[in-house]
Design a protein around this ligand. Structure first.
Ligand code: AMP
Length: 444
């Protein structure tokens, strides 16, 4: 029961208004500790209710009589505009019976309008690191009085290269009394380092063990001979599956555009979302998809990060994501709050090893599905190792004993070519995936 959480009655009233019956596990675990003033390091995915887990304690701290605002008192850093928009909405919903005001600063919006908003000084500022730093450098932003700092989806901020920006911004909040760090994964060394730098004697909460992330969602794989075969399967699924809303994920922007073009050419209403689209187009696509203007959204990982869309019950992976964590993020879009969802991954020979790595990472075996009309010839490697991966051909060795490198046939299919070396050895789901050690206790 929310009423057991020692929250201000005006916040409880908002919770009641929103018809939230019970706190989710992450809320039940994090809110009491946050209210006591502890620093927290929380592992919980989008869809778990983690936003309210930090927003409610912040509001509880800031709640008070109406007064002239002179200081920004809470700062929420997060990786994407879409997540910022969703978080602002959540703050506004929970603060509807208070005088607390929140503001948002992200790239792709008018700088001067943002500067004017900052002059009015919101109590809570939500933003992405790059644009916040621009305002800081322009002298528009004073964070010295920030009492609570939240790093939301910290793992993704690091993945996106925001590490230095985040560090600089946290340094601008020297008087903070509490720091709350949320991430969807347990993360690698970079996240551990950041945790050590920014948190003081934190409590660790591990709410979603990886193997539990996709509960409520059926996970299937369909083997395919090549990209054109995959396109035919996509067309079939879009036309024949029963769903309210579907997302098709691709690893590249080029493929997102191509699939989108194909769907539209067949008079299927669809939207596309990727990093090359400008902010207006992205927002319009998300809004119209949410409102039911189309049943299909084609997206890349970063663009779809943090999206919370009601009624999303089908996720199709055109290709296998580059890491187990990305898989979890994609599939986590569906089957939320106990509802049914279906995730289908299309697997050709170049996806196979990634798929078996993800299966091992999740400790699950995906259901194999065949569409009769579209049965191809590829159904997996001829021989597999104990790990489930394909037994590879022996690499040719030259006179010096060095393995000869073979060029990738399809450049768009190269999974790791452009990744920094550190990512290749990360333990948070990037292939090659090592067997995970026993999960940490739920709380310590
Ligand atoms: P989040 O993980 O914060 O992105 O939240 C996912 C969705 O769950 C959002 O639409 C929230 O408004 C909703 N939500 C959060 N907490 C609860 C709750 N206790 N009961 C029902 N829905 C919730």
């Amino acid at each position: 029961m929310f009423s057991e959480l020692a929250l201000h009655e005006r916040l409880l009233k908002a919770v009641e208004e929103l018809k939230f019956a019970e706190p989710t596990p992450v809320q039940a675990a994090a809110i009491p500790l946050a209210l006591q003033g502890h620093d927290l390091r929380v592992t919980a995915q989008t869809g778990s209710g983690k936003t309210a887990a930090f927003v409610l304690p912040i509001l509880n701290r800031l709640i008070g009589p109406a007064q002239v605002r002179v200081d920004i008192r809470a700062l929420i850093l997060l990786p994407t505009r879409e997540l910022a928009q969703q978080t602002l909405k959540e703050v506004e919903r929970f603060s509807q019976f208070t005088f607390i005001k929140a503001g948002m600063i992200t790239g792709g919006e008018d700088f001067k309008v943002q500067a004017a908003m900052l002059r009015k000084v919101p109590d809570i500022l939500i933003g992405t690191p790059g644009r916040l730093l621009e305002h800081l450098n322009a002298g528009n932003l004073d964070l010295k009085k920030v009492e609570v700092l939240v790093l939301d989806e910290a793992d993704r901020m690091l993945d996106m290269g925001f590490s230095e920006d985040v560090e600089r911004l946290t340094g601008e909040c020297p008087n903070r009394q509490q720091t709350l760090l949320f991430s969807a994964t347990t993360g690698g060394n970079a996240l551990r380092e950041m945790t050590q730098k920014v948190l003081r004697e934190p409590k660790h909460l591990l709410l979603n063990r990886v193997s539990e992330l996709a509960e409520g969602t059926r996970q299937q794989v369909i083997t395919a001979d090549h990209d054109q075969h995959k396109e035919a399967i996509i067309n079939w699924l879009v036309a024949n599956e029963t769903y309210q809303k579907a997302i098709i994920f691709t690893n590249t922007k080029a493929w997102a555009d191509r699939l989108y073009g194909r769907l539209v050419a067949q008079d299927i209403k669809a939207f596309v979302l990727h990093g090359d689209k400008d902010q207006k187009d992205r927002k319009a696509a998300i809004d119209r998809f949410k409102q039911g203007g189309s049943k299909v959204l084609v997206a890349t990982d970063v663009a779809a990060r943090g999206l919370d869309i009601d009624g999303l019950d089908l996720v199709i992976n055109f290709d296998m994501p580059r890491s187990g964590d990305d898989y979890v993020h994609r599939v986590g879009r569906t089957g939320r709050a106990g509802s049914e969802g279906l995730a289908i991954s299309l697997i050709d020979h170049s996806d196979w090893n990634l798929m078996s790595s993800v299966e091992r990472y999740l400790k699950q075996t995906f259901e194999r599905r065949v569409i009769k009309e579209l049965k191809g010839t590829y159904s997996g490697p001829k021989k597999v190792k104990a790990s489930g991966k394909a037994v590879g051909k022996k690499k040719k060795t030259d006179a010096k004993g060095d393995k000869k490198k073979t060029a990738s046939k399809t450049p768009t299919k190269r999974r790791t070519a452009n990744k920094p070396k550190s990512e290749l050895v990360s333990q948070d789901g990037l292939a090659p995936l090592k067997k995970r050690s026993t999960p940490a206790p739920a709380a310590e």
